[in-house]
Every structure is written in structure tokens, then in C-alpha cells.
Design a protein around this ligand. Structure first.
Ligand code: ADP
Ligand code: MG
Length: 324
């Protein structure tokens, strides 16, 4: 996704420069200047653009935001055995486990998305996602028997959330949660909140296909976002934009392309070639909805989106993805 701002620098260039202000000295007096920083988090280039009245303030806000994202990665990563999420999974089948407020909040949102999507959004797909990841590396389809045993561990009804004690129970040993469909959007929201705590209103956080926007840049109508699947550049602010699809992560066997998003009902990576962009008030919602709608297809997906005020959907949906 391209992000274009008024006095910007081509995004490609920014990616090569880690955690460095690119237009610091331009600020003068009370006119806020544009600062841009990049670091790698959750496996993707993470970009922060913000407007501040001093370089010192810009840097402390951006580094606090990156630290917050790094902590959330420690909470929600399914790549690291030491993350809070993986430690929770290690205790599957052993009763309730108290979790952090962030993890509980994400799981509550997952619970709502699961229910409203009729089961299309389901973070218990972890064991299946793991098999497809291996398939991408080895170039071999997951063995049918392994897919079958992985599928037996999938099911949100095996997750209990207890609000008062903030505990999570994973009822079956071997269950594995995967928050890849929502974690980056949530992390962008948290990063924006951190930047706001530093007194900065105009900011943008981009993590791969997920973008969260604060107030508009001082000299523009909005953040100029080239919205995938809308084929237009929009001036946006105070909202989030997420895109899901198989453009980057997929595996191909016998001419069929399987996405990294799996249909919990079949255990297979999506083959529909659908690509969905969601604009929503918050990143946790745009991210979760774009994944859910990808699984649901166009018609059911649009019905789901209609239940959320302030949500807009743009998609490229080949015929087979239209109805479910
Ligand atoms: P990206 O990771 O490219 O930003 P998404 O936000 O759509 O794309 O998330 C895809 C990820 O969501 C997968 O890599 C996997 O971790 C997880 N996932 C896959 N299928 C589902 C599903 N049916 N429900 C919830 N999460 C899923
Ligand atoms: Mg998503």
C-alpha cells in the first residue's frame, strides 16, 4: 500500500532507513514538521509518520510507540514460544489461566467477530495455519491425516473467557491460538494511543496491510491513502484501513493458489483469490473484519460489515467468492 503525504519522501526510501528522522531540521517555530520512522516488528516493516513541533518530541513519541508494539509482539506472537499467547497455549487442557488486559481485550474482540461472522473468523485455526506454513516451506501439501488431526483441535467453543477474573481456558490439549488476523491492527491502535499520550494528534502507523490514522496532517485535508481495491487515493483521518488477500502470502500446488487465510470449516487455505479492504474506526476492527470477510465471501461479508457503524468495504471478488 502506498501512502502519499504532502512534503513526503517516497515510502520506498524510508524503508531502507531504520528509526531515523528524515525531515527533522525543517521545523521552525510553531509550524509542526513531518517526521518519519521505520522499524521491523511482527515480521513487517512498521512505519510511523507524525507531525510534531520538535524533533525531540517526535522521537520520544515514536520510540514509545515502537516499544508498545514490541511489547504487544511479546504478548501475541505465535512465532515465539516465550510469548504470552504461546505460554497460554502450552497450558491448554489445564484449566483457567489469568492473562494480561491486552490479550484479554483482543480475545474478547475475537469472540465477537467469531460469533458475528458465523465462525469464519476463528483464531483456534492455529494448528492448521502451522501446517500450511510448513507447506509453504517444504513445497508439499499438508498430509491429509495431519490436516484431519489439526482440524479436530479447531473450534472457538473450546475457548472460555471469564471477564471477572480475566482468565482464559483452552479446553483441549494441543490447541493453538493464532492472532495473525487481528494483532497488527490492534498494535497500530495501541501505537496511536501512545503517540497521543505524547501530545501529538497527527500521526499514521502502517504495518504491512494495516494502517491506523490519527488527525489529518496540518497542511492537508487528510492522509492521502491509495486504498487497495478502491482504486482511488482517499483523504482519510481518524480511522483504520486494512487489506487481506493472497497477494503476498500463499502457496501453490497443481496450479491452485492457497492463501494463508484458512476456512475453519474445511481446514484449507482460501482458493477464492478474494482481496478485501476495510475502513473502520479502529485497527483491531478493520484488521479482524478484512480477514473474516475474506473467508465469508462478498455477500455474507457485506452483511457482516453492515453491522458495524462507520465501516466501509472494498473488494475484488472473483465469481466463486461472491456467495456463501
Ligand atoms: P496479513 O497477515 O497478511 O495482514 P490478515 O490480517 O488477513 O493478513 O491475517 C491473516 C492471518 O490470520 C493468517 O496468517 C493467520 O495467522 C490468521 N488466520 C488465518 N485464517 C484465519 C481465520 N479463519 N480466522 C482468524 N484468523 C485467521
Ligand atoms: Mg486481518
Amino acid at each position: 500500500m502506498r501512502v502519499i503525504t504532502g512534503r513526503g519522501i517516497p515510502p520506498g526510501m524510508a524503508r531502507a532507513v531504520a528509526a531515523m528522522a528524515l525531515c527533522g531540521p525543517a521545523w521552525a517555530g510553531s509550524v509542526p514538521a513531518r517526521f518519519q520512522y521505520t522499524e521491523v516488528h511482527m515480521g513487517v516493516q512498521t512505519r510511523i509518520v507524525l507531525y510534531a513541533d520538535s524533533q525531540a518530541r517526535a522521537e520520544s513519541a515514536a520510540s514509545a510507540a515502537f516499544r508498545r508494539i514490541a511489547r504487544l509482539d511479546d504478548t501475541m506472537s505465535d512465532y515465539r514460544a516465550s510469548s504470552e499467547l504461546m505460554r497460554l497455549c502450552a497450558r491448554a487442557g489445564q484449566g483457567p489461566v489469568k492473562v494480561s488486559p491486552d490479550l484479554f481485550r483482543v480475545l474478547l474482540r475475537c469472540d465477537e467477530l467469531h460469533e458475528r461472522s458465523g465462525g469464519a473468523f476463528d483464531p483456534t485455526v492455529g494448528p492448521i495455519v502451522a501446517l500450511w506454513r510448513t507447506a509453504r516451506k517444504t513445497g508439499r501439501l499438508p498430509p491429509v491425516a495431519e490436516l484431519e488431526s489439526a482440524r479436530a483441535l479447531v473450534g472457538w467453543s473450546n475457548v472460555d473467557l471469564e471477564r471477572r477474573r480475566r482468565t482464559v481456558t483452552l479446553k483441549r490439549p494441543g490447541m493453538r491460538l493464532d492472532l495473525g488476523g487481528i494483532a497488527k491492527g490492534y498494535a497500530c491502535d495501541a501505537a496511536l494511543a501512545e503517540i497521543r499520550r505524547h501530545g501529538i494528534r497527527s500521526a499514521m502507523i502502517e504495518m504491512g496491510g494495516d494502517i491506523v490514522l490519527g488527525a489529518r496532517p496540518p497542511d492537508l485535508r487528510g492522509w492521502r491513502i491509495d486504498v487497495p481495491n478502491a482504486a482511488e487515493v482517499m483523504a482519510l483521518s481518524n480511522c483504520a484501513v486494512s487489506t487481506s488477500g493472497d497477494a503476498e502470502q500463499y502457496v501453490e500446488f497443481a496450479g491452485v493458489r492457497y492463501s494463508h487465510i484458512v476456512d475453519p470449516r474445511t481446514g484449507l487455505g482460501l482458493t477464492s483469490r478474494i482481496s478485501v479492504t476495510v475502513i473502520a474506526p479502529r485497527g483491531e476492527l478493520s484488521d479482524g473484519l478484512s480477514t473474516a470477510i475474506s473467508v465469508m465471501g462478498r455477500d455474507a461479508g457485506l452483511r457482516l460489515a453492515a453491522r458495524y457503524p462507520g465501516v466501509r468495504v472494498f473488494m475484488r471478488a472473483p465469481a466463486e467468492a461472491r456467495q456463501r
